[in-house]
Design a protein around this ligand. Structure first.
Ligand SMILES: Nc1ncnc2c1ncn2[C@@H]1O[C@H](COP(=O)(O)OP(=O)(O)OP(=O)(O)O)[C@@H](O)[C@H]1O
Length: 266
């Protein structure tokens, strides 16, 4: 499923960490939700964030594309870089950042428009296609990358909301891919899907990791074990432990990780 279109190619560089977080603290008003988070996220692979409810996984995910900026009471300190570039630099446009760092949410949220328009919207507003033929090409390639092309190519003008839940989630992934992101953030992307649709999305994640840096928040340890190469365990706003997924699940260094993965809490 290789593509020749520059617009859907990741510009990622395979060496060194893609994302680097240093001493990241997040506050909602007076309440501190994350404390001194330090982590390197490698390129071309999947990192899973796991941990009990309320430990700050989604909050940290939202730091990576500055979605927390949209929450009035939220304050972020510390530094996050993507390929060395400080994403909190005041000169950086968060709208452009969010094209580089796509996001897929828990509940599939296609626009109330056609399948075609759902995918074409981003490339059009970012001026990625010079004409209709180029836009058609981006739409087709993005749907192909999201493993949906064969299922929808004959009904591109049908509403996106008419697809099944799993197809809608893959449409949202196609929409993220269409603007040529480097990073794809996924916040529990399968929690609203049945096991068959979940398996399809997991297969897709496995395919996409060859070209993108993917960060996934999941409540399912089985899913983390299946799809990720690295796992970070969060607890009460602290990143307790991070490492190779296999190591985290078989030989965790911290008692809290051990307790969580063996089901003693969470
Ligand atoms: N918009 C918000 N305003 C105020 N507090 C918030 C907001 N979003 C999250 N929090 C708080 O920040 C803490 C971390 O929440 P977050 O949603 O990041 O955790 P999580 O690990 O993703 O949880 P879950 O697994 O239940 O989704 C929680 O105490 C939560 O109540």
């Amino acid at each position: 499923m290789e593509t020749t279109s520059a617009t859907v190619q990741s510009s990622a560089n395979a060496t060194g960490p893609k994302i680097l977080a240093k001493d990241v603290n997040v506050f909602y008003g007076e309440k501190q939700a994350l404390k001194d988070i330090n982590v390197n996220i490698p390129d071309r692979g999947v990192m899973a964030f796991i941990g009990p409810s309320g430990c700050g996984k989604s909050t940290f995910l939202r730091c990576i594309n500055r979605m927390n900026d949209t929450i009035a009471a939220c304050r972020v300190t510390g530094k996050i870089t993507i390929e060395g570039e400080d994403i909190y630099d005041p000169s950086l446009d968060p709208v452009l950042l969010r094209a580089r760092v796509g996001m897929v949410f828990q509940k599939p949220n296609p626009f109330p428009k056609s399948i075609y328009e759902n995918v074409a919207y981003g490339p059009r507003i970012h001026g990625l296609a010079a004409n209709k033929a180029e836009l058609d090409d981006i739409v087709a390639k993005s749907l192909e990358r999201a493993g949906l092309w064969k299922e929808v190519r004959d009904r591109l003008n049908d509403p996106g909301t008419g697809l099944s839940g799993g197809q809608q989630q893959r449409l949202c992934i196609a929409r993220a891919v269409a603007v040529g992101p480097e990073v794809i953030l996924m916040d529990e992307p399968c929690s609203a899907l049945d096991p068959i649709a979940t398996a399809k999305v997991e297969e897709l994640i496995d395919e996409l990791k060859r070209n993108y840096c993917i960060v996934i928040v999941t409540h399912s340890m089985q899913q983390a074990a299946r799809v990720s190469q690295r796992t970070a365990f969060f607890h009460l706003g602290i990143l307790v432990e991070e490492g190779e997924t296999n190591e985290i699940f078989t030989n965790p260094q911290d008692q809290r990780t051990q307790d969580y993965i063996t089901g003693r809490f969470g």
